[in-house]
Structures are given as C-alpha cells and as structure tokens.
Write a protein that binds this ligand. Structure first.
Ligand code: FAD
Length: 314
C-alpha cells in the first residue's frame, strides 16, 4: 500500500488531499485483501473508482482508499460480463467493436461501470440501469457476496439501491446488449462524444453536474415549463436553470466557479481551487436558491474526507 498518495491526481476535479493509505483493487480477492489490511491497521476504508463524481477534502482521507480498476471478462451471446472497475467508455467501445450495442449514448460519461451503476448514470435519454441484468456485490462489513437482479437495484433518476447502501461494493455485472453493426455503433459513439464536447460537458475540471435536479414546487415547475417550453420531468427542474435564475451562473469563489456554459457544473477554474472553495460556492448557491425558490439543492457528487470539511449546504 502506498502512503500519502495525493488524491487530486486521481479526481476529475483535480482537487483532494492525500489518502493515508492507497491501493488499487481489481478482483474480488484484491478487495477482500484491502479490507483485511484496513481491519488489521484498525483503519477505515473508502472506495474510489473513476473519481469523476467526488469532491475530496483538502485535508485528504484517513485510512485505506481502495481505487477500483478492471476490464471486460467475457461475452456470452449478447450478454457481457464486466468488472465494475472497468472504464465505462472502454467497455462501450470494446463491445461495439464486437458488434454489440444499445448503450452507445452513454459514451463519454467519465468513470467506471460500477460508479455508473451506483448513480444510474445517464445522458441523452439513456440510463445504465436500462441495460443491466445483474450485478454481484460484496458486503464490506460481513464479507457476504450477493447477486442483485436489475429489479433489486431500484433504479430511478441518478439513483440506485446502492446509494443508500454503501456497504455493498459492486464487483462485476452482466449487461444485456443487442447485436449491432460495428460501423453504426461507432458512428453513434463518435456523434455522442462530439455532442458532449460541443456542449462543454467533457474535459473540464469538474465532477459533472454538482447538484441533483430537484423536485420543485408546482409554481416553480410552471415557470420553468413556460420559459423553456418543456415539461418538468417527474416534477424536477434542472438545477442549472435555478442557478441561472438566481443570477449565479459564472459565480466565483476562490479558484472555483459555476461554469458559464453549464451553470450546474462547478469547476476548478484556475486548476488551484480547493475543496473548501467549491463547497463555499455550493453553499452560497444553495442558500440563494432556497431563499428565492424554496427549493433545497442537494449534491449529486459524493464528498469524501472529514465531515468538518463539508458543513450543511444551507
Ligand atoms: C466532465 C464530466 C461529465 C459527466 N457527465 C455525466 C453525465 O453525462 N451523466 C452522468 O450520469 N454523470 C456524469 N458525470 C458524473 C460521473 O462521471 C458519473 O457519476 C460516474 O458514473 C461516476 O463513476 P466513477 O467510477 O467515477 O465513480 P467515483 O466518482 O469514483 O465514485 C462515486 C461514488 O460511487 C461509489 N462507487 C464507485 N464505484 C463503486 C463500486 N464498484 N461499488 C460501490 N460503490 C462504488 C464511490 O464509493 C463514490 O461514493 C460526469 C462527470 C464529469 C467529470
């Protein structure tokens, strides 16, 4: 295990202090080994994967940080078996090359297959939960392994059962794809990534959308619908729209800013922003949105490190 590994080198935010201990895990045995090491050292353990949806405290994370990696395991017919530490984008490209598709619109979402399942990652109307058949997971406290069928994952908007149950470490998953033409799949993949680049959703020092799109009171949803000429989906309005409405698009705090292109992306604009800068900015935004619209914003990103670094948003 490496000591004092700087986590800002791992995160897409390029923010985060040191992990007391840092180790890479791929297989179930690796995960069990890291958990046993943490127990032996009487330390806590934290799971990181693609680190594209986390805000890590400037003081770092105590105990053992496991960083999950992996790859494709095997294909049986149109079903693929993949390790949860595999890069989602690599998995989509590799399966397309083998003539399997159905999840191409998820291309370009950073991070791993496991991180995507946990948050039911999605883009352009496709969510990863739609193609999942089952996922195997290990309970970090008991060592018990269980297979969760899709229904047991309770997928909804940016949500799965695993968000409320962080004891489960997702190990590997089976996806039901369909036969596709490699050329057609590749075109969809390329178009999707190009669209993301055009909308400045790629290659930014951020963690994607910072806040979950909140359920809004009906009067707020009506204003949204009349301004944007689209219905609020399931009563939710985009957090970015609320940030614009309270005049905080482009707002800055230290090295952090709300992106001019996409207000719900809080970015490490200077490359030198701290987690404290980002959190203060998030607090100012959430406070103003609550005061003006009576809507409570909550973070989509996971915060890691001492709770003192992340006092309540509002
Ligand atoms: C530029 C940019 C664009 C983005 N665009 C989108 C988008 O279009 N749509 C979207 O949905 N998201 C988007 N995101 C957010 C992010 O990429 C996704 O949420 C991604 O699925 C997170 O996966 P990860 O492997 O990076 O997870 P991490 O950030 O490493 O971890 C996030 C949380 O998941 C947990 N976790 C990770 N792996 C496992 C596992 N195997 N078992 C149990 N828990 C696990 C971690 O412990 C942590 O709590 C974007 C992010 C960036 C930086």
């Amino acid at each position: 295990m490496e000591r004092a590994h700087l986590l800002r080198h791992e995160t897409t935010f390029a923010i985060g202090g040191p992990a007391e201990y840092f180790t890479t895990v791929i297989s179930e045995e690796d995960v069990r080994g890291a958990l046993a090491d943490a127990e032996r050292l009487r330390h806590s353990h934290t799971l990181l994967a693609g680190a594209s949806n986390v805000l890590i405290a400037d003081e770092g994370v105590s105990g053992v940080v496991m960083c999950m990696r992996g790859g494709l395991l095997k294909t049986r017919g149109t079903n693929i078996h993949v390790q949860c530490g595999a890069s989602l984008y690599e998995a989509i490209r590799e399966t397309a090359a083998d003539g399997l598709g159905g999840w191409e619109r998820l291309s370009g979402i950073p991070g791993t297959v496991g991180g995507a399942i946990r948050g039911n990652a999605g883009a352009f109307g496709t969510e990863i939960g739609e193609v999942l058949l089952s996922v195997r997971a290990l309970d970090r406290h008991t060592g018990h392994v269980r297979e969760f069928k899709k229904d047991a994952c309770a997928f909804s908007y940016r949500y799965s059962y695993f968000k409320k149950h962080p004891e489960w470490i997702l190990l590997d998953a089976v996806f039901a794809l369909r036969e596709t033409d490699t050329k057609e799949s590749t075109t969809i993949i390329e178009e999707t990534v190009a669209e993301r680049e055009k909308r400045h959703l790629q290659h930014v020092r951020a963690a994607g959308s910072f806040f979950v799109n909140p359920v809004a009171p009906s009067d707020v949803a009506i204003v949204f619908a009349s301004e944007k000429h689209m219905e609020a989906r399931a009563g939710r309005v985009p957090a970015g729209w609320l940030i614009e409405k309270v005049g905080m698009r482009g707002e800055r705090e230290g090295g952090a800013a709300s992106s001019q292109m996409h207000a719900n992306y809080l970015v490490n604009d200077t490359g030198e922003a701290t987690a404290a800068d980002v959190w203060k900015l998030a607090q100012r935004i959430a406070t103003k949105v609550k005061a003006q619209y009576a809507v409570e914003l909550s973070p989509e990103v996971t915060v890691m490190g001492s709770l003192d670094a992340f006092p309540p948003l509002v």
